[in-house]
Design a binder for this molecule. Sequence first.
Ligand code: SF4
Length: 235
Amino acid sequence: MDAHTLPPHDKAQLTHELLNQEYKRLKLEPRRSHMHELISTMLSHRTNHKDEEKAYHTMLERFGDWEGIMKADFDALADAIQTTRYPEQKVPQIQQTLRMIKEERGEINIDFLEDMPVDEALNWLTKLPGVGLKTATLVLLFNFKKPVMPVDTHVFRISQRVGLIGAKATANKAHAILLEMLPQEPVELYNFHKHMLRHGQRICTFFSPKCEECVLNSICNYYQDVRQKGIDKAA
Ligand code: SF4
């Protein structure tokens, strides 16, 4: 049997193994505080890391703390986060999120998620304005070490090209499908996510994937069914 015709479950295991060999294994340690991760992930929507960081630090410098940001004037906060895309959308989402956390928990702090079961924590986070499944899973995996799979654009694209998920799967469905096929230890899910991200930036890029250099090409539907046949025809 050709490797690329293997069932998705086997391909998911192989993808994880091959990327583990290709990229450095990472420890799962929170890179920033829980609230920092939540709000920065909201700021990062369609924004590069440098501009997201700039917005985050400018916001805190100008308004002092979460309370100050929550009560800030709309235009002043939009100006502080102007390095991000769509600041006018992000201002109400961030302020409302801070208000909802304060109203419900009595303080602007999400440490309580540590003790909450995964599904409950996902439900709680995704009720916050501007917090979708991707942001919620990132916070829960990166900071609380819960077994979830953040599906960003790179994870989604590579999963579809290799054939781990179907052509019609949505990003939300991909979360459940991938999670079911991968090892459940949070550190494994974290490495899978980070390695797919790196691979998507370096090799399996959106416009011109470097399939000939790719460690996944023997199991990849796109390469075996589309790309290689195109190359063969051209030869
Ligand atoms: S073989 Fe090509 S399409 Fe498939 S994962 Fe690698 S780079 Fe992406």
